[in-house]
Design a protein around this ligand. Structure first.
Ligand code: AMP
Ligand code: MN
Ligand code: MN
Ligand code: MN
Length: 282
């Protein structure tokens, strides 16, 4: 995809510090060769990969934006809040993320027990074998284990048959409040952005209420162009951005060269008439 001289910003990506398969330095290199002009690393619930990514980006003349993707819960639905331009040394952010991370190990044990009940053994060790950062054990690691054992053809199809509500290996989980995630991001100097809104199983009315809660908490932006959205959803969330006067973001949510539907930087431009979140990033 060409960008006709416009900036190619990718503001959502993952490394081995969460459930991505590339190290921060490898991710930066891939972004550079894909023509990305500015990259945000937004690992789940931690900021530990940001220093490595920043160093690599400096060496490749790539603009780097320190980020994070916080797992939150709103009325029993998991909502991801991306923070952009965060300070990884901020104590309030670090304490909040530590708290969110701390429940992952216990959840993993419960997921494995549910898979056991469905006749799928050894999944706890199996998932951890894929988790380079053990603190960040995630459903993606369970998904990779299930693919390796032939339970699904690929990670994406795992999430149709396992690990989601009503399917084997699902457990309900309480992360943190949306308002807390927004507050920690703001305290560290970042902008809070609702990640991939089209992925949440919410009615239109519920989405309106979520966006009201998010705005009231100090939320600044919304992902309009993401690897998770269909072209219709680009339009739908562009309208939501305007309705709620939210800045618009664009990010691939890249995790792995083998699993990616959308590679780093390979996304349409933001629709006209929206205010890009990167204009507010110092
Ligand atoms: P967790 O934070 O442990 O609940 O894991 C959530 C992660 O699972 C997401 O960040 C994605 O990487 C992955 N995931 C969830 N749903 C899907 C899906 N439908 N297809 C591919 N990956 C998914
Ligand atoms: Mn992920
Ligand atoms: Mn997400
Ligand atoms: Mn993500």
């Amino acid at each position: 995809m060409t960008h006709g001289g416009t900036l190619n910003l990718d503001l959502h990506s993952h490394s081995t510090f969460s459930d991505g398969v590339l190290t921060p330095a490898e991710l930066v290199l891939r972004a550079k060769s894909n023509g990305v002009s500015a990259l945000a690393l937004t690992d789940h619930d931690n900021v530990d990969g940001l220093a490595q990514a920043a160093d690599a980006a400096a060496g490749h003349d790539l603009r780097f934006i320190p980020g994070v993707e916080v797992s939150a819960t709103w009325r029993e639905t998991t909502i991801h809040i991306v923070g952009l331009g965060v300070d990884p040394h901020n104590e309030m952010l670090r304490d909040g993320l530590r708290h969110v991370r701390s429940s992952r190990a216990r959840r993993a044990i419960r997921i494995a027990a549910e898979l056991d009940r469905a006749g799928i053994g050894d999944s706890l060790e199996g998932a951890y074998a894929y988790a380079e950062n053990r603190e960040l054990i995630s459903r993606t690691h369970f998904a990779r284990f299930l693919v390796s054992r032939g339970y699904a053809a690929d990670v994406k199809s795992v999430f149709h048959h396992y690990l989601v509500p009503g399917k084997p290996g699902y457990v309900a989980h309480d992360w943190c409040a949306v308002a807390d995630a927004v507050q920690w991001i703001r305290a560290s100097g970042g902008l809070a952005v609702i990640a991939h809104p089209g992925r949440y199983k919410l009615t239109r009315g519920e989405m309106t209420e979520l966006l009201e809660t998010f705005k009231t908490a100090g939320g600044a932006g919304i992902e309009v162009i993401t690897g998770s959205h269909s072209p219709e959803q680009y339009g739908e969330y562009a309208r939501r951005a305007q309705e709620f006067e939210l800045l618009a973001s664009r990010g691939s949510d890249f995790h792995s060269p083998k699993e990616a539907r959308v590679d780093l930087g390979q996304l349409p431009d933001l629709p006209k008439g929206l205010k890009p979140v990167w204009q507010e990033l110092a």
